[in-house]
Design a binder for this molecule. Structure first.
Ligand SMILES: *Cc1c(COP(=O)(O)O)cnc(C)c1O
Length: 250
């Protein structure tokens, strides 16, 4: 990546600055409207796209404001932070998603806290989650995170190994593989990330054709504040949006 490119992609655009001065319900309504418009424009039923409000670093009172404005699904990146918020908001009927990098030694907490873990990036982690899910009598829904861009700094299984890894994870009794997740490079540059979204969709279709037992592949978790419309055009069923709902993180 060239210096200039980094510079351009990290400048907040005027739309983002405008967004920051608005309230959570207003921003949420705009995001929902954009999801709806993007889905309809490419001939998809808007109901097939679920918004996950990414609440990492956002305090519980602001998360509650989002829930009261209609958010049903929340995404967190850190187990400890999430545990505290989930406890504080335990009266709310919402689903919690884990989207950050998960260390195997946190698996025992993760299976108690999250409805869907998006970031399973190794067989080792999957086996630990399977064991811990079994201990609490749960079948844990998971997504396999794929490093579709192949960048060394990114988590996720290698694209070339994904099919075999899905097969291996699918054989674990206490996990249910619901689909794939990816984190492409180039935040806020939707046209640049399109090929990566398209590649994840293609991989989903290849895996589907393998008809692996215990694998549904229904979900594609891709798209964030800067590129969720592109992700929807390319088949996302779960979009993970933080900044556009809660404003810029500290
Ligand atoms: C923080 C985060 C998001 C949300 O990013 P925004 O740009 O704030 O919408 C989505 N997915 C993952 C994995 C994240 O860590």
């Amino acid at each position: 990546m060239h210096f200039l490119e980094i510079y351009i992609t990290t400048q907040p655009n005027p739309k983002d600055i405008e967004t920051m001065t608005q309230s959570i319900p207003t921003r949420l309504e705009k995001v929902n409207e954009r999801i709806r418009a993007a889905a309809l424009a490419c001939g998809r039923d808007p109901e097939t796209v679920k918004l996950i409000a990414v609440s990492k670093t956002v305090p519980a009172d602001r998360v509650l404001a989002a829930i009261q404005a209609g958010v049903t699904d929340l995404g967190e990146n850190y187990v400890q932070e999430a545990a505290e918020k989930i406890e504080t908001l335990s009266k709310e009927t919402v689903s919690w998603h884990f989207i950050g990098h998960l260390q195997s030694n946190k698996a025992k907490y993760a299976v108690k806290l999250f409805d869907l873990i998006h970031s399973v990036d190794s067989v080792k982690l999957a086996k630990e989650l399977d064991k811990r899910s079994g201990n609490v009598g749960k079948v844990q829904n998971i997504l396999v995170q794929v490093n579709i861009s192949g960048e060394k700094t990114k988590s996720g299984v290698e694209t070339d190994l994904a099919i075999e890894i899905v097969r291996e994870i699918a054989s674990l009794n206490n996990l249910s593989v619901c689909g794939l997740m990816t984190m492409p490079p180039y935040f806020n540059a939707p046209e640049k990330v399109r090929p990566y979204f398209r590649a994840l969709k293609a991989l989903q279709e290849i895996i589907l054709k393998k008809c692996i037992p215990n694998v549904s592949m229904a979900e594609l978790s891709m798209g964030m504040s800067g590129d969720f419309e592109t992700a929807i055009q390319e088949g996302a069923t779960l979009v993970r949006v933080g900044t556009a709902i809660f404003g810029q993180r500290a």
